[in-house]
Design a protein around this ligand. Structure first.
Ligand SMILES: Nc1ncnc2c1ncn2[C@@H]1O[C@H](COP(=O)(O)OP(=O)(O)OP(=O)(O)O)[C@@H](O)[C@H]1O
Ligand SMILES: [Mg+2]
Length: 338
């Protein structure tokens, strides 16, 4: 199967008053049609900036995508999203790539009814007539679990609860039948029961529509039941990429191994039992420095001389399984050739 999105050597920096933030340092990954790709990693690892860079949503200045490619292809069409004009990329964002953010209230227009926000994007991107867009919107609202959708068409965002607003955001994201939906921590602000409902909703819509979903989270606990594949990010790089079962059973990057140990177990009430949580010692990398070594080396129990001298590339360690590490945790020693 061909990837619908191929990101290669992407570099994004922020030119702040305090210096240059090396936020994304050569990110590589593929996204396949119809799959769910989870992107995990601690705060500041570059999950959001990676996805924002691809669709030109980083604030510019201070941000700048300084290198790489993001080849978006389906059917006969293939284009490098990083080379598109502002108008072209806006069209891609509204039509072929949809977004669900953590905070729906700041992404919804407070002065427009939710129905007209959805219908407007259908008339703009799908060329529907006003009445066609209205009836498709009512149908879509019903499909995302908003009861009494005929009447709710005319409600404003502040009339909805957090969970219902997230359903509206999801409706907007899928309204134009996108090829890709990017969900950036869409359930973080919601309580546990509502979180599970939103996860189920996105899964169901994905099955109905065959859309590829990128699900950003720093919670590896929610990934198992959701993702086909996982990208683990650290210090603005992808340090491991694997099918979800492989990642849990056979993690190869010391950071991933540490993360998996840090998953809080949930008790019967869904409350995290934090006393079982293991944390990875040390602090995240200083992104004001250019990356010249393995970003995880200072926190890694396996680091040896090469790790301090070079940035490890993503090395193939199994079927569809890559790890950016010079140390072979399986054999217990530097990887062959390291
Ligand atoms: N506007 C900005 N100006 C300067 N630095 C920025 C800006 N936006 C992001 N960064 C920096 O880029 C790095 C990556 O940030 P990013 O938001 O992608 O992290 P993340 O993995 O999404 O974290 P979180 O889990 O907290 O959402 C961080 O060091 C962040 O401080
Ligand atoms: Mg983020």
């Amino acid at each position: 199967m061909e990837p619908i999105l191929q990101v290669r050597d992407m570099v994004t920096r922020f030119y702040s008053v305090d210096g240059v933030v090396h936020a994304i340092n050569g990110v590589n990954f593929d996204l396949y049609e119809g799959e769910t790709l989870a992107v995990v990693g601690e705060s500041g690892s570059g999950k959001s900036v990676t996805m924002m860079s691809i669709v030109n949503l980083i604030p510019q200045p201070p941000g700048k995508v300084e290198g790489g490619q993001a080849i978006f292809s389906y059917g006969e069409m293939a284009q490098d999203l990083l080379q598109l004009s502002e108008d072209e990329i806006r069209h891609v964002r509204g039509g072929q790539i949809g977004f669900i953010f953590q905070d729906p209230i700041s992404s919804l227009n407070p002065t427009m009814t939710i129905g007209s926000q959805i219908a407007e994007s259908m008339t703009e991107h799908l060329g529907f007539s006003a009445s066609e867009a209205r009836s498709k919107t009512v149908e879509l609202l019903r499909n995302v679990g908003i009861p009494d959708s005929e009447r709710r068409f005319n409600a404003y965002p502040h009339h909805f609860s957090g969970g219902m607003r997230q359903r509206v955001m999801i409706a907007i994201a899928v309204a134009c039948r996108p090829k890709i939906v990017i969900a950036d921590e869409p359930t973080t602000a919601l309580d546990v029961t509502v979180q599970a409902q939103i996860v189920d909703l996105v899964k169901r819509l994905q099955e109905q529509m065959g859309v590829a979903v990128v699900w950003i989270t720093h919670d590896l606990g929610v990934v198992a039941g959701l993702a086909d594949r996982v990208l683990v990010m650290y210090g603005g790089t992808v340090v491991e990429s694997a099918p979800v079962d492989n990642l849990y059973e056979d993690p190869r990057h010391p950071y991933t191994i540490g993360l998996l140990k840090a998953i809080p177990r949930l008790d019967a009430t869904g409350e995290a039992e934090t006393e079982e949580l293991e944390v990875i010692e040390g602090v995240p990398p200083d992104l004001y420095q250019e990356l010249t070594l393995c970003p995880f080396a200072p926190r890694c129990g396996y680091a040896f001389d090469r790790c301090w001298a070079e940035v490890p590339p993503l090395i193939e360690v199994g079927v569809q399984h890559g790890a950016a590490c010079f140390y072979d945790v399986e054999r217990g020693g530097p990887r062959n050739g390291s």
